[in-house]
Design a protein. Structure first.
Lengths: 232, 232
DNA sequence: AGATTTCTTCACAAAACTTTTAAGCTTTTT
DNA sequence: AAAAAGCTTAAAAGTTTTGTGAAGAAATCT
């Protein structure tokens, strides 16, 4: 791809300018904005080949822009996050994005990632996004989102709505650690986002009870200390 | 890279000469200037592979040179700052430098960083390498940031969060020395920045224990005396 | 409304992890 | 060769995270 069009949004002027400088040196066409509103307005008229978004913007979250973009477009997005923001929060919320970097970052590394994403995108552009399933089976455990049922070794599991959501989130992200923050976000949504209680732990306990799973040597829901829970 | 061309600008003659000495010993081609004007003049004619710039110069700030360079070039820049300029640490990085060191510094560490930057730069510039940003494999050692697992010769390694972060940082910077300060910054973030204890050393020991690695003849985590640790 | 189920909070115990401390060892410098 | 600086080790002390039981609040059902 020659002279890809790149959208850069960051309210810290120096950083935005710096990124622009580096990208321009690499012969990219840079469109730079210091706030989300202007960026969104521009996005209505034009479509970049890639976007670099800061998470913290004065008028809106970079996540919001990311979501808006994903509503109808599929080009790569790289998010910039502050170092002090908890890493779980980042991984939890950067799902719509294709990559992220923590500030302060090495400009050259950003360039490298921009190039990598552009390569990846042009390469797999044709490949469709993963289709979402309604039923997941994990060794004896069957969970169905459509009719909201769950069975374990053929026997039905009666789950409460919250329990079901948590288990669904874990199954959907099978093999990955899902942090408490992430679970909270998945189940309760962004507005109730606060993880300063052990609500999730209690639900996990109930889930494990109903699944006859122990906390020490669990068959399904495993505790990843200091990180979260996972099912493999 | 053989015989990289390196620009050194520092008005303190002893320091500039010292840096030149060390770099020359490493077979680099050094171009040394005691002020910014001469350096900029030289930059109009030639292009180095890397630059080491002092922040405090008699005629202009090192940042100015840095910015001038960044107007049309992308080679790595390492800034030298006085110890008391705490804020400049960040500003230096964000204004276009790729690394920085506070004076007084250990010459060996500067060399390590020069090498690291050169390696990184060539790495970034080499042909398309479809690398997985979340999973690194180093001869038998596999570390995955996404599912937070680590295996050594197929066998799972149970790591604590801190151990995991340290090992990740070392693997991510594979081949280059990571100083204790750098590790501290990577793992704990800037707010807890203080390296006047041997916390890291203890974690390194635990890591080596779990990896069945010895400190005398380590397979993975190697001690680079006076500088830090590295994995190759 | 009253009963039932579900969800959240709290306090405390247990487990796991991190940091500190201190002593011994190795490398580098003087 | 002695001194200084840096690294390793081990164990104790401190902290954080997770698990559990029980109780009260909120929602749902009858």
């Amino acid at each position: 791809m020659t002279e890809a069009k790149i959208l850069v949004v960051d309210d810290e002027k120096e950083i935005a300018d710096l990124i622009e400088l580096y990208l321009t040196n690499e012969a990219y066409e840079v469109h730079k904005f210091y706030n989300g509103t202007d960026a969104l307005a521009w996005l209505k008229e034009e479509t970049p080949d890639l976007a670099v978004l800061d998470v913290m913007l004065p008028d809106m979250s970079g996540f919001t822009i990311c979501q808006k973009i994903r509503e109808n477009q599929n080009f790569p997005i790289i998010m910039l996050t502050a170092k002090d923001e908890e890493i779980d929060k980042i991984t939890g919320l950067t799902l719509g994005a294709d990559d992220y970097m923590t500030k302060p970052f090495r400009p050259l590394e950003l360039i490298a990632r921009v190039k990598a994403q552009l390569r990846r995108f042009t390469k797999y552009n044709t490949a469709a996004k993963e289709e979402d399933q309604d039923c997941i089976t994990i060794s004896g455990l069957v969970i169905n989102r459509r009719d909201h049922t769950c069975t374990l070794d053929e026997k039905p599991l009666a789950l409460t709505p919250t329990e079901f959501s948590i288990l669904w989130s874990l199954c959907k992200n099978r093999g990955e650690v899902v942090s408490s923050d992430r679970l909270f976000y998945d189940v309760w949504g962004e507005k109730y986002y606060s993880s300063n209680n052990n609500t999730i732990m209690v639900h996990i306990r109930h889930l494990r009870e109903k699944m006859h799973d122990s906390s020490e040597k669990p068959r399904y829901i495993k505790t990843v200390w200091g990180v979260g829970y996972k099912i493999e």
